[in-house]
Design a protein around this ligand. Structure first.
Ligand SMILES: *[C@@H]1O[C@H](CO)[C@@H](O)[C@H](O)[C@H]1NC(C)=O
Ligand SMILES: *[C@@H]1O[C@H](CO)[C@@H](O)[C@H](O)[C@H]1NC(C)=O
Ligand SMILES: *[C@@H]1O[C@H](CO)[C@@H](O)[C@H](O)[C@H]1NC(C)=O
Length: 243
């Protein structure tokens, strides 16, 4: 059993970055969005399960173990999520890529159709009440990551060193959000929940979008972290012809 296991590990280690995967980055001109989109798509397709021994983490499904969202401070409404599963990130499309080689900064915009499932605890802080159930959503999100970079020399080549990023998100169109039946029924029977309903309904769309954006922004942390890892694995000339 053990022999078998270590053999498998070695196989993974040796092939973590096969020739084929290296070829996957046919370098692009930095302003050639079409080329960059294709390169990105094939990379996402190859790496969405993560690549062992490289630091490239799985991202489809992407699991967020815990996330707390203050949905509305005034209403005292908090959503605590557990075990959120986000699917669809491997099919994200680059919608814009701006690289400023003087300032050494990047603005990357991607669009993704996402399905989200997670365990939810709703807290009414003013009434000291909690309700639990499941949360399901499908949405189209536009994620924007901004980061600075520097170039570092390693073994005679230059590598991208991706700095800290800022992720922002916009939810396109009206998201579809549902909570489990039991949770729904419990809320419908609760007088405090009914008391908040009018306020919630007034802003429902923006409150939903805000909550979803927190999830999307959290998911993009892993996406950018993977970029950071990839920048250290391959020299810059694997990505760009003119930088
Ligand atoms: C997390 O969610 C996935 C599916 O969304 C489920 O298969 C898994 O059992 C859950 N894990 C825990 C610890 O709840
Ligand atoms: C909601 O209230 C009705 C009537 O009081 C009751 O029959 C039903 O079981 C309650 N449902 C839940 C989920 O508490
Ligand atoms: C709805 O949102 C707006 C802007 O975010 C806010 O000013 C307003 O108080 C909110 N209304 C309710 C009923 O919460």
């Amino acid at each position: 059993m053990f022999v078998c296991k270590s053999f498998l590990l070695l196989t993974f280690a040796c092939c973590a970055l096969s020739k084929e995967e290296k070829r996957l980055f046919d370098p692009c001109y930095k302003d050639d969005i079409e080329c960059l989109s294709k390169a990105t798509e094939s990379f996402l397709e190859k790496s969405y399960n993560g690549i062992p021994n490289t630091g490239i983490k799985p991202f489809d499904p992407l699991i967020i173990p815990e996330l707390s969202v203050v949905v509305d401070e005034e209403m005292g409404l908090i959503f605590d999520f557990k075990n959120i599963s986000v699917t669809g990130l491997k099919n994200q499309k680059i919608s814009d890529f701006q690289m400023d080689t003087n300032k050494k900064s990047v603005v990357l915009k991607t669009r993704a159709v996402l399905n989200i499932v997670g365990d939810l605890k709703i807290t009414f802080t003013k009434n000291n009440k909690e309700f639990t159930g499941t949360y399901t959503a499908s949405t189209t999100a536009l994620g924007t990551s901004q980061y600075g970079y520097s170039l570092t020399k390693k073994n005679g080549a230059e590598y991208f060193d991706v700095g800290p990023e800022t992720n922002t998100c916009e939810i396109l169109e009206e998201p579809v959000v549902t909570i489990s039946d039991v949770l729904q029924n419990t809320l419908e029977n609760d007088s405090d929940a009914q008391g908040m309903k009018a306020d919630y309904e007034t802003n429902k769309s923006s409150l939903r979008k805000k909550t979803l954006c927190k999830i999307v922004e959290t998911a993009y942390v892993t996406i950018v972290q993977n970029l950071r890892v990839v920048g250290q694995l391959f020299p810059k000339s694997d990505f760009f012809v003119n930088i």
